[in-house]
Design a binder for this molecule. Structure first.
Ligand SMILES: [Zn+2]
Length: 1043
């Protein structure tokens, strides 16, 4: 699934902090939407992925009393290497069992740390035991008819195995109901007369058990017990099922089309002529297949499906597989029969009944790819169709596993909660995530559509072909799909330069992963709300970031061969975290050591392979430290002459006197120095270590390109040297490195390691910055500061701060043309900068935007504005009531998702409270503004300095209905909770938030997003107490110099 398309670029200018929308950039995440990055199979032009070689070198002297030897790192670069090959010596630990010339090295590698690590891992493993494995309550639950219900666990028993489903579904789009018959072929692995399966909101009229075949077939009725709290039913047979025999359960049932976005649900749209039309579509992941047909609704119960859909002749039906035939079963009723599916999980089943139109193309290998959309928008399907063909071809080649179906449909659904869904053979999308209007769509929407399609197609392998065994390892689906977006698009669409944006994903993940309420990537979940909750930043973005880090560490080719092996081995099966690492552990870096006993060893040192066991590539142990414990490390660097002292500790926000967690990671460190831009590597496994440079350096920068999931603090004058570098020749390091310095500096302010003044000083170099990611990162850090002030009536400093920000970027703003020229990143930068300038009332910008708006209005909206400047123009136009009303009238008739998003944003930043309240009411109702837009509207108004009290109030007053519509635990709910509250920074607001959510009891108080927002508000309070006065003084000193 592609999470909620907040379409939001984190720079939260304007009244809306995190709400500037890149309409199509999806994401689930609290803050932003996009990032960038990386990868491809072999040397990708423009990518710093060195292959490397380890070798034992001559003895050298290191600090400390023990003799040492040197490990030579020879680094071969595809990129960024001035000399083409770098060479660096460092001290490494002695190889046990090796000759006396090869002696220990690592300065202090106290045994005690190793044992600490082992014990903490053991503890983690224990803690990570899923709660559903533990003994469950002993009291017997009661079915809805008060009879005892024979099962008391959330997870289904394992002894009934579904093999094949025959589904017949009849959707009536007039009565908004559906009926169906489900036949499930099962076997039992132990004698039982009770069959437990899932069913939710379905009325079952008949259940029977069929056994035998042909003339000897018999059918006997089954008694049905329902247990709604667990969304389960029990079918009771008169006598126990015989082990090994084939049975068929037959269930007739009916239901209403869902009014939410889950299950088999209703969607509507208006034609150009204003006629309202209805369609029905499915969204089953994670636990809603049971809302459309009774089934064994857990990912490990894979089966094949034969699907038949009944419809009126004026409609068409599509499903996972191609249509085999259509038969008329009654007057005005057609039954479509679809081909039998491959073996797959229930959450991947899909069917749609609609009046969509489609366009199609074939891939080189003969797969028919089609895009479906409502008839009025089918002319916007071309871009996604071409992208899908190219990406599908890429994946078949990259994974070396053919796509197993003969078709892939991509359908744009008018009402859709998340961004997209990977149903096998029939991926579904929000319209804005698939449809591209060449005239009006923005640069960011092109990027977003490409990434979303790439994500869903990656899932056809990661997720569909190989599926996590249980939702606790959701990241195996989502982390990989997110990661593969960057791998594939950087090759298929190099002009989009997605690699530039990857590290931003990691910053997003770190924002929630730095809180105590975070969770390990692989984490126990049991009930549907908990399952929905892990569709979050940690599963998607942290998952992708740790995979990227591993790829950087192993080398692109070695990494690729590991995942191909994993996919091949587990095709049509289910996996756990460790299955992936076992596949990875048995491959070795390109040009590097050879595999031996599951570890990588150098051939010539096979007699002392134990050395590599300890110091080589133990992927599983290394990656367990990243996936089984929450959070990430802060690496503190202290340079003393040629010695670089490294220390790791758990970075966690919170009171400064909070106890240490004792977590340790295996951190694949990378660094460059003032003397060499060749990437050097060091695997830090202990709490502290030291490496020796060949010569003294002026500066050292760790985490090159932000490929690692950790942040870095430079002690003593380390930060001063780097600030000096940025102010002098900032282009000496890459734009990703510059952005990561900005990010890390402010992270360190939060935990009191760096002063706010030093962090602000560092941002002053932005006056000369022109690249998109450092500028965006600067805004991501600076804008939230004035957003906090806006909510505390700190007008004077707030105004000064806003003026400082515009002053900082004025040269860059002035340089922008009001056109659509340039690369995607230049265009996105332009769009955001002009919006910022206009909303902050920078007069040259406002005047120009007013002129454009007037012309556009005079042409009744028919004037074509450059799409990059439209957002700024609309934002200015919406500031007066007539402009606002005109924009709303255009919103009603627009067929372009980008334009609608731009207008929606502009409407939400007005300071007119009545209009803001009206927007909340209307989008919640869903008649004129779709309810799928509500989370974005609520959040944008929640960032509006005038609107935020309205948004917070609305959330509280309508909580129950919101949860009904968007579901407890969904990323939409998290987005709204965080979006309305996480910029509060007063104790009074904190109490209000705590009180409200605790009053919800089981209907929301336990949500992780609630813990997140409470922690964030507490952090905001601490932060403001500590830094506000300093900012005021700093602004006084800097203002004159800068402005
Ligand atoms: Zn996904």
């Amino acid at each position: 699934m592609f999470c909620i398309p907040k379409g939001v670029l984190r720079p939260a200018w304007a009244p809306s902090s995190a709400t500037l929308r890149l309409p199509l950039l999806p994401h689930c995440f609290v803050n932003s939407c996009f990032g960038n990055s990386d990868v491809c199979s072999s040397p990708l032009p423009g990518f710093p992925f060195p292959s490397y070689r380890l070798g034992l070198g001559r003895p050298c002297a290191c600090r400390g009393s023990t003799p040492r030897f040197c490990v030579q790192l020879r680094l071969h670069f595809h990129f960024r290497s001035r000399g083409g090959q770098g060479r660096q010596q460092r001290c490494g630990p002695r190889a046990p069992g090796s000759s006396s010339k090869m002696i220990p090295l690592s300065v202090k590698r106290p045994l005690v740390t190793m044992s600490l690590l082992l014990s903490s891992l053991l503890m983690l493993l224990t803690v990570a035991t899923p709660s559903w494995c533990q003994s469950s309550e002993t009291t017997s639950p009661k079915a809805s008819n008060r009879a005892p219900f024979p099962w008391n666990k959330m997870r289904l028993p394992e002894h009934i195995i579904p093999l094949h489903y025959n589904l017949m579904i009849h959707a009536n789009l007039t009565t908004l109901t559906f009926g169906g018959t489900t036949e499930i072929e099962i076997t039992a692995s132990k004698p039982t007369s009770t069959i437990i399966l899932h069913s939710h909101h379905l009325q079952i009229s008949k259940a029977a058990l069929r056994k035998g075949a042909g003339e000897r077939q018999s059918e006997e009725p089954l008694r049905v017990l329902e247990y709604p709290p667990q969304e389960q039913i029990a079918l009771l047979a008169p006598e126990p099922l015989v082990v090994g025999l084939l049975y068929t359960i037959v269930i007739d049932y009916a239901g209403n089309l869902s009014e939410s976005f889950y299950g088999f649900y209703k969607s509507t749209y208006r034609t150009k002529e204003g006629e309202m039309r209805i369609l029905a579509s499915t969204q089953f992941e994670p636990t809603a297949a049971r809302m459309a047909f009774p089934c064994f609704d857990e990912p490990a119960f894979k089966a094949s499906f034969s699907i038949k859909v009944r419809r009126e002749p004026r409609h068409l039906a599509i499903s996972n597989m191609p249509l085999v035939k259509s038969v008329t079963v009654a007057e005005g009723l057609v039954e479509d029969h679809f081909d039998v599916t491959v073996k797959m999980s229930t959450y991947l089943v899909a069917f749609i009944v609609s009046d969509f139109k489609s366009v199609s193309k074939m891939t080189k290998s003969g797969i028919k790819v089609s895009v479906y959309a409502v008839p009025d928008k089918i002319n916007q399907a071309g871009y996604a169709l071409d992208a899908a063909v190219t990406l599908l071809e890429f994946y078949e080649d990259y994974f070396s596993i053919p796509y197993p179906l003969s078709k892939q449909d991509l359908a744009a659904i008018p009402d859709f909660q998340s961004g997209a869904m990977e149903n096998w053979g029939l991926t579904t999308y929000r319209e804005s995530s698939l449809l591209f209007d060449a005239e009006k769509s923005s640069a960011s929407s092109k990027l977003g559509i490409t990434m979303t399609v790439s994500h869903e197609l990656a899932h056809q392998w990661f997720g569909n072909l190989v599926t996590m065994e249980w939702w606790n390892d959701l990241w195996l689906n989502e982390g990989f799909a997110k990661f593969m977006e960057f791998v594939s698009v950087s090759v298929t669409h190099p002009e989009l330069k997605v690699e530039d944006y990857f590290f931003d994903k990691c910053f997003n993940a770190m924002e929630v992963d730095a809180l105590n309420s975070s969770h390990p990537v692989s984490t126990p979940v049991e009930n549907p709300a908990q399952i929905r909750e892990i569709f979050d930043e940690v599963s998607y973005e942290k998952g992708a970031c740790v995979l990227n880090m591993l790829r950087d560490y192993l080398g692109a080719d070695a990494f690729k061969s590991g995942i191909v092996k994993y996919l091949q081995k587990y095709s049509y099966k289910n996996t756990k975290n460790e299955d992936l690492w076992n596949s990875m552990a048995s491959i070795c870096p390109t040009d590097g050591p050879q595999q031996m006993d599951g570890f990588c060893s150098r051939g010539e040192h096979s007699t002392s392979s134990s050395h590599w066991r300890q110091e080589g590539l133990d992927v599983k142990t290394m990656m367990n430290t990243w996936t089984l414990q929450k959070g990430f490390p802060l690496i503190t660097i202290t340079v003393r002459g040629r010695n670089v002292h490294m220390k790791q500790e758990h970075y966690v926000k919170g009171p400064e006197d909070a106890p240490e967690t004792g977590y340790l990671w295996h951190v694949p460190l990378t660094f460059i120095t003032s003397n060499s831009d060749s990437v050097q590597r060091f695997l830090l496994k202990t709490r502290t270590d030291v490496l020796i440079l060949p010569e003294e350096v002026e500066w050292i920068k760790f985490n090159v390109g932000m490929n690692g999931y950790y942040i870095v603090h430079y002690e003593d004058d380390g930060w001063d040297s780097l600030t000096g570098l940025l102010k002098g020749t900032h282009t000496a390091i890459s734009s990703s490195d510059r952005a990561s310095l900005i990010n890390n500096a402010f992270q360190l302010v939060s935990i009191g390691k760096l002063s706010i003044e030093k962090a602000l000083d560092l941002t002053l170099y932005l006056k000369r910055e022109t690249e998109i990611m450092p500028v965006f990162q600067g805004l991501n850090e600076l804008i939230p500061m004035y957003k906090l002030m806006e909510k505390r009536d700190m007008n004077e400093v707030e105004t000064q701060f806003k003026a400082f920000l515009i002053g900082l970027l004025r040269d860059l703003i002035d340089k922008q043309t009001w056109t659509d020229e340039g690369s995607i990143s230049e265009r996105m930068l332009r769009s955001q900068l002009l919006l910022l300038a206009c909303v902050r009332k920078y007069q040259p910008c406002v005047q120009k935007a007013e002129g454009y708006f007037r012309q556009w209005q005079e042409a009744n909206g028919n004037l074509r504005l450059p799409s990059d400047v439209t957002l700024a123009v609309f934002a200015v136009g919406a500031q007066n009531p007539e402009g606002w009303d005109f924009l709303y009238s255009k919103y009603q008739s627009s067929l372009s998702s980008t334009e609608k998003h731009q207008i929606e944003f502009a409407l939400c930043i007005t300071h007119n409270k009545e209009k803001l309240q009206w927007l909340l009411d209307q989008s919640f109702k869903g008649d004129t503004i779709k309810t799928q837009e509500f989370p974005d509207i609520l959040r944008t108004i929640g960032r509006n300095p005038v609107g935020y009290p309205l948004a917070w109030q609305f959330l509280r007053e309508n909580w129950n209905k919101l949860v009904q519509k968007f579901e407890l635990g969904s990323s939409s709910i998290a987005y709204m909770v965080v979006g309305t509250t996480n910029q509060f920074s007063t104790r009074a607001r904190l109490e209000e938030v705590k009180e409200f959510f605790s009053s919800l009891k089981e209907n929301g108080s336990q949500l992780r997003c609630v813990q997140q927002t409470i922690e964030t508000i507490e952090e905001n309070i601490r932060w403001m107490d500590k830094n506000f006065d300093k900012i005021r003084v700093w602004l006084q000193n800097e203002k004159l110099e800068l402005l």
